[in-house]
Design a protein around this ligand. Structure first.
Ligand code: BDR
Ligand code: CA
Length: 312
């Protein structure tokens, strides 16, 4: 039986790769809906980009919901310097014809969790945690019904990517991240410490392009654009591919390893706002609240991604 998932996302080329991995894996995951949130670019564009990726993947039937246009307590910070002005710069894709559902993403998340049997729905978050934070504020009873929340966010040994201390998704909405980590939901956290080991080496992007299908070529073009920034920044062959690790962990947890840790979010210091303080070495008696992944089989991860995008 495929696992039921809700994807909450702010595409973003790496978000697009994650959505394509999920849609190419119907035997493993059933996508109940995709929620757009403001993050890499404003909500108007993340919503458009989700629908473009669904259409590119041949899945205009997927239900798409629009969520928060700004973080819970702060103004929005975006990342056009990484993703380009549309958030999905790279390929030349048509504007979507798919429309969004009229229901707000927060209400969709609450209603779905209350309707489906408790412990059967996994939340996969690829952007700031605003929609989930708002859902928890509105209906705290959903926490006990979530099977697990798998998030891309944070960084500890690798530091941050938007400030020296903070990773982008957590930095944009630290209060939402704090509330999610305090909610009691079982969490898998995928920080930069893992994603910086998942590099889009040119050989991998070329293998994707060589599949020759429209979705594969478009994704290769997205990755060409996306990695140029990180190649300059980190001086590596290819850039880290963050968000697809969320879906890959749901499908193939055996590809990754980590440990149960306590994670707290800095929400007040101007210097380290949005820092994920991960008690990796268990030097406090704070209770573990997340499975934090640090290592992965990068070759296996890219094999999985390329194979599944090839099925679209
Ligand atoms: C995260 O930030 C975004 O720019 C990416 O899409 C990813 O979700 C990496 O820090
Ligand atoms: Ca993202």
């Amino acid at each position: 039986m495929p696992q039921k998932i809700i994807i909450d996302t702010d595409p973003g080329q790496d978000d697009a790769a994650a959505i394509m991995l999920a849609l190419g894996s119907p035997q493993d995951v059933e996508v109940l809906g995709i929620c757009a949130v403001a993050g890499n670019v404003p909500l108007r564009l993340t919503s458009r980009n989700v629908r473009m990726v669904c259409e590119l993947s041949g899945r205009p039937d997927i239900k798409v919901y629009e969520g928060a246009s700004a973080p819970m307590e702060r103004p929005l910070v975006t990342a056009e310097h990484v993703h380009g002005k549309t958030g999905l710069d790279g390929p030349d894709l048509p504007e979507p014809v798919m429309t969004v559902e009229s229901q707000h993403a927060v209400d969709f998340i609450i209603e779905t969790l209350m309707r489906e049997p408790s412990g059967t729905v996994t939340l996969c978050t690829l952007g700031p945690l605003t929609n989930i934070g708002l859902a928890l504020r509105k209906a705290p009873e959903i926490a006990a019904r979530v099977k697990r929340l798998v998030m891309m966010g944070g960084g500890f040994f690798e530091g941050g990517n938007i400030t020296p201390a903070a990773e982008f998704n957590i930095y944009v909405d630290p209060e939402a991240a704090r509330d999610v980590l305090a909610s009691g939901i079982a969490i898998t956290m995928i920080p930069l410490d893992l994603t910086h080991k998942l590099l889009t080496l040119s050989e991998r992007v070329e293998r994707l392009r060589a599949l020759g299908t429209r979705p594969a070529i478009a994704l290769a073009e997205m990755l060409d654009f996306f990695e140029r920034f990180d190649i300059e920044k980190y001086g590596s062959d290819g850039g880290p591919l963050h968000d697809p690790a969320v879906i890959a962990w749901v499908i193939r947890p055996d590809l990754f390893s980590g440990r149960e840790c306590n994670v707290e979010i800095e929400t007040t210091s101007p210097l380290t706002l949005g820092m994920t303080v991960i008690d990796w070495w268990r030097v406090t008696d704070r209770k573990p609240n997340a499975l934090v992944l640090r290592d992965g089989d990068d070759a296996g991860f890219f094999d999985l991604l390329i194979e599944r995008v090839g099925r679209l």
